[in-house]
Design a protein around this ligand. Structure first.
Ligand code: GDP
Length: 407
């Protein structure tokens, strides 16, 4: 694995792929700035969304992501309503940069309700948080065709969703100052592994995992890294909503420097999170998780998925820089994830299924032991198959290409 990684860097620090991806990222950000800052807000066509749903910050942020994708696909400005926000009654802009400098209200004009999105209506309103499963072709997992053609990345859909999240998740100057002060206080520096341990109220949705299941991957990461460089300190940034976890890791793994903050954990508990302290806590944790070199967490959690999405907006392809202890990556309400067989497979045991090159497979999950489970759409057989014999099909859609936006 180390040799493979080194081969990838032989072309030099800044490879063609990195330069290309950086340019595409800047292009997407410039297009978003363009649609978000119309000259005349009154006549601009808009998407109107609110953030204040009865769910956690990750779920809310992904909802706004969905709204901004609709705005990009329909050449509209997203107007975000954060009045009465359960995390912070002062609203979005007391914590984050505004999504627009020129257009922040959508009170006048003809309205239609999503998933209706007729171009002649001025405002598309998302009246409910429920994602439309029969939504148009541009909802995730679709990547803009012009971007997908040039992007060199292991998970183009994650990169695309990450670019949208990056535009939204921009802590304002006050919060940025707090984050840099916090970084100094805890000694945040590289290399560092980000670990997110989601417990408390998630228990009814996803199985909790013991500490050693996370730390096994941290140990592997550092064992491999030590083959390449001299690692003097093994740092781990731990984010969690359960009290006692950070203490337990410090006691059981004294060879590691555990960065984490009891006050953040305190504010993350299920009875206290919907508060300004809870919001600052999750912003802090998301920021440091997404600035880590490697992530160990559970993709069943929106927090873990957002951290991974943001991790992939850097110029590097970080699509392999993670271990999820449960799900594969997904976007809630997404179109079907279809994998394509790139190698034949003859079943070795009764619970395995046959694959022929070109077969379409609908995955149900990855067992992370070399095998995935899913249904071969040609044979309609459900069972296990080697994960390396399939790749995810990249879905594309002809989004507007915004030729007026130049870098
Ligand atoms: P999910 O339930 O894990 O899929 O993610 P959500 O974001 O929808 O809801 C969980 C909420 O719990 C978060 O938004 C936070 O408010 C809180 N939370 C969960 N894990 C953490 C954590 O590691 N740190 C902090 N500060 N808060 C957390």
């Amino acid at each position: 694995m180390t040799d493979m990684e080194e081969l990838g860097t032989l072309a030099g620090g800044d490879t063609l792929a990195e330069r290309q991806n950086r340019r595409l990222g800047e292009l997407v950000q410039a297009r978003l700035r363009h649609i978000q800052n119309p000259r005349d807000c009154k006549t601009a066509r808009k998407v109107s969304c609110q953030i204040n749903w009865a769910c956690g910050f990750g779920c809310q942020l992904h909802h706004v992501t969905y709204c901004l994708i609709i705005a990009y696909a329909t050449n509209r400005t997203l107007v975000l309503d954060s009045t009465g926000w359960n995390y912070h009654s002062g609203g979005w802009e007391e914590m984050f940069e505004p999504l627009s400098q020129t257009c922040r209200t959508a009170t006048e004009g003809s309205v239609i309700y999503w998933p209706d999105h007729k171009p002649d209506k001025q405002i598309i309103k998302l009246a409910s948080q429920t994602y439309s499963l029969s939504g148009p072709g541009f909802i995730p997992r679709a990547v803009p065709q012009d971007i997908a053609q040039e992007l060199i990345h292991g998970e183009p859909i994650v990169w695309w969703v990450g670019q949208i999240v990056k535009y939204i998740f921009k802590p304002n100057a006050k919060v940025r100052a707090m984050l840099s002060h916090h970084a100094q206080q805890i000694g945040f520096s590289h290399p560092v592994v980000g670990v997110h341990i989601r417990r408390t109220d998630k228990g009814s949705e996803a199985a909790p995992h013991p500490i050693h299941e996370y730390m096994r991957h941290v140990e592997e990461y550092y064992a491999q890294l030590s083959l390449q460089v001299n690692v003097t300190e093994r740092k781990v940034y731990v984010a969690t909503d359960e009290k006692g976890v950070i203490m337990e890791i410090r006691q059981k793994y004294p060879a590691y420097t555990i960065l984490g903050d009891a006050s953040t954990v305190e504010a993350a508990s299920s009875d206290r999170r919907y508060s300004t302290a809870g919001l600052l806590g999750i912003i802090t944790d998301l920021y440091f998780l997404s600035h880590s070199d490697y992530l160990v967490c559970t993709f069943s959690s929106q927090i873990c998925r957002i951290a991974y999405e943001l991790l992939n907006t850097d110029h590097r392809d970080a699509s392999l820089n993670f271990k999820s202890l449960d799900d594969i990556w997904f976007f809630a309400g997404q179109r079907d994830n279809i994998q394509l067989a790139v190698l034949d497979h003859t079943p070795q045991t009764a619970d395995q299924i046959e694959l022929r090159v070109g077969d379409e497979v609908k995955p149900a999950g990855n067992h992370w032991d070399g095998f995935s489970r899913g249904t071969n759409l040609r044979t309609n057989r459900h069972g296990l198959y080697p994960s390396f014999k399939v790749i995810s099909r990249v879905e594309t859609y002809k989004f507007p290409t915004y030729p007026e936006v130049k870098l």
